[in-house]
Write a protein that binds this ligand. Structure first.
Ligand SMILES: [Zn+2]
Length: 283
């Protein structure tokens, strides 16, 4: 009886204490969105069958652009001396995540951009970014992902006709200067849109600005609506393409424990106390 009680109590403890993770990547396949230049995802030479010797064998040959689905733009994408995707130091691929929500503006203006005022408002409300932050700009655009016309805001592949939200050049400059002004480093900037730059940009100034400072980009980021404003930590795992300008990326957020607990009134520490008390009574 005592051991049963103990295991029940332990399972309660671990249920409430378990961290919750958020997958912030879309899958990579035939339906994946990509900047509509060149070919998308194809697979060939698919073996998916029992072999004559009796064992199961699954293997595929794939072809896809670096900048497909949820992907990283390595600094070398728009900065001659910037890191290629395989050169980004591991300590730049993990860190606290912050979310700046401009979805209200986007609801009334499809070409709304993150402005310097949006950044100032965020800092006034939530304080400085922690050191080593990965900044995510949430626009709500991800709900259109999968529909080419809705996601690019145009049924043409001519990029001058695209319409989607983005980051202003001024905001990008503030982000680039952030380390110099505060001492806190920004590692990367992500969005739930096809590009960090304004949709009809022909010069990609936001890319140029951030990447010159070796701040990488993350595009077509998934599930941003579920990321808390602060408190999550993210792990960014781009495919390690030798000399690559970017690549599909798996982004995993570890959500803060207060979000993970199904009953928010019970924290892990109060459960620890409860568990200790109950063990004391039973033994
Ligand atoms: Zn890209």
């Amino acid at each position: 009886m005592k051991s049963e009680c103990f295991s029940i109590l332990l399972s309660i403890y671990f249920t409430f204490g378990r961290a919750e993770y958020l997958d912030m990547s879309y899958d990579v396949g035939e339906e994946s969105m990509f900047w509509p230049v060149g070919n998308g995802f194809t697979r060939a030479d698919v073996t998916r069958d029992y072999q004559p010797a009796g064992y199961w064998y699954h293997n595929e040959m794939l072809s896809f652009p670096e900048h497909i689905s949820t992907h990283m733009d390595a600094p070398s994408h728009f900065a001659e001396n910037g890191w290629t995707v395989d050169q980004i130091p591991l300590e730049h691929l993990m860190g606290p995540a912050v979310k700046i929500d401009i979805s209200d503006k986007v609801a009334s203006d499809q070409k709304a951009i993150l402005t310097t005022d949006d950044l100032s408002d965020w800092w006034r409300k939530y304080g400085d970014f922690p050191n080593g932050t990965i900044v995510f700009v949430y626009t709500g655009w991800g709900s259109r992902y999968g529909n080419q016309t809705a996601y690019f805001g145009s049924n043409s592949t001519n990029s001058s006709t695209f319409r989607f939200p983005a980051i202003s050049v001024g905001a990008a400059q503030i982000l680039t200067q952030y380390e110099r002004t505060t001492g806190y480093q920004i590692l990367g900037v992500g969005m739930d849109t096809p590009s960090l730059d304004e949709s009809d940009s022909q010069t990609f100034k936001v890319h140029q600005e951030l990447f010159a400072a070796n701040i990488y980009g993350l595009e077509n980021v998934a599930n941003l609506e579920k990321l808390p404003v602060t408190g999550a930590t993210v792990t960014i795992m781009p495919i390690k393409i030798k000399d690559g300008s970017g690549g599909p990326v798996r982004i995993i957020a570890k959500l803060p424990e207060v979000n993970a607990a199904s009953d928010k009134s019970l924290t892990r520490s109060s459960l620890s106390l409860l568990l200790t008390l109950l063990l004391f009574i039973y033994y």
